[in-house]
Unconditional design. Structure first.
Length: 240
């Protein structure tokens, strides 16, 4: 799947012609430098999420990795990334919004449509903030091999319970990475008391998707998340 997705696409202006180099599987995490960006990505975590994520870091350290705090001073810039996110989302969704608005929930439809009212000068300022955030991420990951953080800072809510303000919390740790160009993968790291799985996010070097997946596979083995536990808690069947 990655080979197909990583191939250059002439119809995608953001597509890269650079091939993704294959990397062999890892038997362990020996020598792996794991950056832990305490600021922003580890701020204000719900206790269950933080406890589970710290436990994964301990597992990685026990398997040969070296967790290291890395600076990530983006707290004053990261909120600005929501502006270009919604502007670009509106441009992408506009044809469907105009033709079939009923396909979107009212909250999402209103958020997307608000993107059309952003001034060009504010969009350009937000793009400058995005560039500063990307450079901060690159400086941080250049000193290590991967970055690690919880996927969500909160216990995942059920879809029926999500309110509009919750969306910002849900994308707190993922939206920044989505806009930076770095590959990322989320692994289930355990069940919360509410019976829902919590995620652990690993972020790799640009164009090192295979290297990131090799690390993720090794971490997945360490965590040993049992999908049957999720089926038991939710009363649903799972299929490998």
């Amino acid at each position: 799947m990655l080979q197909v997705m990583a191939a250059p696409d002439p119809d995608d202006p953001h597509s890269s012609a650079r091939p993704a180099s294959s990397v062999p599987p890892r038997d362990d995490l020996a020598g792996l430098r794991v950056g832990v960006p305490e600021s922003w990505f580890w701020d204000d975590l719900e206790p269950q999420v933080e406890a589970a994520a710290r436990a994964v870091l301990d597992l990685m350290a026990g398997n040969g990795a070296t967790p290291t705090p890395v600076p990530m001073d983006i707290g004053h810039l990261a909120p600005l990334l929501l502006l270009p996110l919604f502007v670009e989302a509106y441009v992408f969704h506009q044809p469907t919004l105009d033709a079939c608005p009923e396909l979107y929930s009212p909250d999402l439809r209103h958020q997307l449509m608000a993107g059309q009212y952003v001034l060009a000068q504010d969009y350009i300022r937000a793009l400058r903030a995005r560039r500063l955030v990307i450079e901060a991420l690159r400086r941080a990951i250049d000193a290590v091999d991967i970055l690690a953080m919880p996927t969500l800072p909160i216990v995942p809510p059920r879809i029926a319970d999500v309110q509009t303000p919750d969306v910002l919390e849900l994308i707190h740790n993922t939206s920044v990475i989505n806009q930076s160009g770095h590959p990322a993968v989320s692994l289930p790291m355990g069940l919360a008391a509410e019976g829902v799985p919590m995620g652990f996010q690993l972020v790799g070097q640009v164009h090192d998707d295979y290297g990131l997946l090799a690390v993720a596979e090794a971490v997945e083995r360490l965590i040993g998340f049992d999908m049957s536990l999720l089926a038991t808690r939710t009363g649903t069947a799972t299929r490998n």
